[in-house]
Write a protein that binds this ligand. Sequence first.
Ligand SMILES: C[S@@+](CC[C@H](N)C(=O)[O-])C[C@H]1O[C@@H](n2cnc3c(N)ncnc32)[C@H](O)[C@@H]1O
Length: 225
Amino acid sequence: MEPARDRELDRQATTELALPPASLPRRMLAGFLDALVLATALTGFGATAGATNAPDAIDRASARPDFIVETGVAAGLSTSFFGAALIDNQHGTLYSIELPPTDTGPSTLADGSRYAWHEHGVGWAIPKSIRTGLVNRHHLVLQNVRQALPELLRQIPHVDIFFHDDLHTPDHMLWEYQLIWPHIRSGGTLISDDANFGWIQFCKQLGQGERAYENISRLAAIRKP
Ligand SMILES: C[S@@+](CC[C@H](N)C(=O)[O-])C[C@H]1O[C@@H](n2cnc3c(N)ncnc32)[C@H](O)[C@@H]1O
């Protein structure tokens, strides 16, 4: 997508999602809230966590998932929370998709982001206890999600929780939501970080009302009926 069009779509989404443009403190808060929501998502406390759609969507139906798929690993914050929950559950498998380090390096991605994780290794922040605790229940796929996700979806029977956090361009996100939705089981949850114009388009296509736009610093979720 052209950067100018991307910026315009994001400006519209910022209005529709009723969010002020991100500032540094807001971004830091967003990171904390992301972690909190992910932590509560799988432990069953989510339904009481507040006024947003996200914790409602991530209710107990998703609390004992068989299959979690996440896109975008970087240092491994989300991987750590999902992993910790699966260890607690003593059940479930996590699939994490990330670009090969050679494809990121110091370059800027199409959404304007730059990552330094390749200097330390993908998922470098995942605690050792989680790495070892998951034993063989974590599969890291180092391949562009455009190839990796369709391939993975041919291998697993369904998805209980899908977490989008890879490339945050509206077109790409819409592609990913549309691809994953038929594979999410009834009662399962689609979670997206950096919800933007792509999220709004997807919710409209699903016939979801504005409640689906509710978000915590652009972390949004929908549960499949
Ligand atoms: C926001 S970071 C992920 C943060 C991570 N979920 C966490 O909680 O620490 C986004 C990641 O998506 C990866 N990414 C971007 N485009 C991708 C693509 N096409 N396929 C796979 N991964 C991609 C980037 O390399 C980057 O590491």
